[in-house]
Design a protein around this ligand. Sequence first.
Ligand SMILES: NC(=O)c1ccc[n+]([C@@H]2O[C@H](COP(=O)([O-])OP(=O)(O)OC[C@H]3O[C@@H](n4cnc5c(N)ncnc54)[C@H](O)[C@@H]3O)[C@@H](O)[C@H]2O)c1
Length: 480
Amino acid sequence: MAHLLSTTSSLNALTSSRAYSKPLNQRSVIFPASFTLQTSKFAFKRLTLQEKRPQRVCTAHAATLSQEAQSGVKSGTHQISSDSSKPKKVMVIGGDGYCGWATALHLSDKNYEVAIVDNLVRRLFDHQLGLDSLTPIASIHNRIRRWKSLTGKDIGLYIGDICDFEFLSEAFKSFEPDAVVHFGEQRSAPYSMIDRSRAVFTQQNNVIGTLNVLFAIKEFGDECHLVKLGTMGEYGTPNIDIEEGYITITHNGRTDTLPYPKQASSFYHLSKVHDSHNIAFTCKAWGIRATDLNQGVVYGVRTDETEMHEELTNRFDYDGVFGTALNRFCVQAAVGHPLTVYGKGGQTRGYLDIRDTIQCVELAIANPAKPGEFRVFNQFTEQFSVKELAALVTKAGKKLGIDVQTKSVPNPRVEAEEHYYNAKHTKLIELGLQPHLLSDSLLDSLLNFAIKYKDRVDTKQIMPSVSWKKIGVKPKTVAA
Ligand SMILES: NC(=O)c1ccc[n+]([C@@H]2O[C@H](COP(=O)([O-])OP(=O)(O)OC[C@H]3O[C@@H](n4cnc5c(N)ncnc54)[C@H](O)[C@@H]3O)[C@@H](O)[C@H]2O)c1
């Protein structure tokens, strides 16, 4: 089992841009020259002035909109409202990541003009922690080149850090987005709980990055619609129904509709709560239009677009830091590892298929919020407890002749292990979402997918290695 070890110097060595940019072998990649996880006021030195200029690696030529896209009727299985203000240019921040890559391809396929903004820091986290995606993933440059060769469509690329406002503003001025989909955050709760430096990094990266996006919209594109990925984890697990963003309360005889209370349970989730507050405030103060998508746990990996070529394959995390519940269980079953249910396993959350992530984002873009509106959608399709997921994977394994065992492991998190959970999720359905529910056949194919790549699994990465209670100030890294 992987153990945690203090190795500040090797961490810093890994985080130096030279160590990172070399394997990518792309002169066009700009990466923070002295990116470091130290956290003094100016420790997050990003780019030197000369390096700051964003590079448009692939020019996003004006995509010719098909008649279908121009009329606003689109997206395979459902109809999207024909709104004349439908955005044509979409900036996908975090477009090299799990949700962002699938979304960028899907929107490009639907004839939106797409530009990805990403600093590739997610790939760096893997290097730091000795992790790897179950699936081999091509470089962002090769991904985009392959997409162009298959479809003739360009996807623009701006490599840089959104916490660097000069970089972000140049990207905004150059691309002039009608909508920004913001996936570009450190998104792992365990990562944010490794040590102080990761906690501080997560909050700086996420809160400042989002703040910069808000300022960029105000300054360079006040009509631009922000579609921001939040998480259902912002709400926690209250003992009442969870509403979509707002709740009407009567208190001492007076009634008001107020933001739904947030009870985040990691430094990562807390960063998302702060983002939501900043976005709500700027909608009110500056008239920004925004949709906060409180997403549930995403599972699956295949989408119509990523299936087109192996170089378009999406990442699939199964480790204890970045892997999410169902994806992890499928990989565990594939390699004969007992399913790791944390504690009692009654932890219930909202889940959705990655094909529904891209559908929801497309629906939000096609039906933008009004100026000044802070709209909140709960983006998931079904609720499951961890125990229920383990039972479903066990049943799917049996059909494939795999004997799947389940093991209760000590819960590394601080969370209720049995609780009430009932979260509303009707607003995206009202806009036309047609969910891909978790069926036996889908589980079979997810399990078969995991089996296909099982030789790439590093079983040392499976058990949880980050404890909510043991987080300390000493920098840590994972050693084999
Ligand atoms: N995956 C899930 O199950 C899930 C569930 C709920 C919410 N979300 C939210 O969806 C979003 C995307 O999640 P994901 O699973 O695709 O994550 P991911 O880590 O795979 O992708 C995030 C991408 O953002 C980039 N990024 C991070 N910080 C950046 C910065 N400062 N500047 C530029 N790029 C930066 C990373 O390099 C990475 O490519 C996140 O905001 C996450 O909180 C994800």
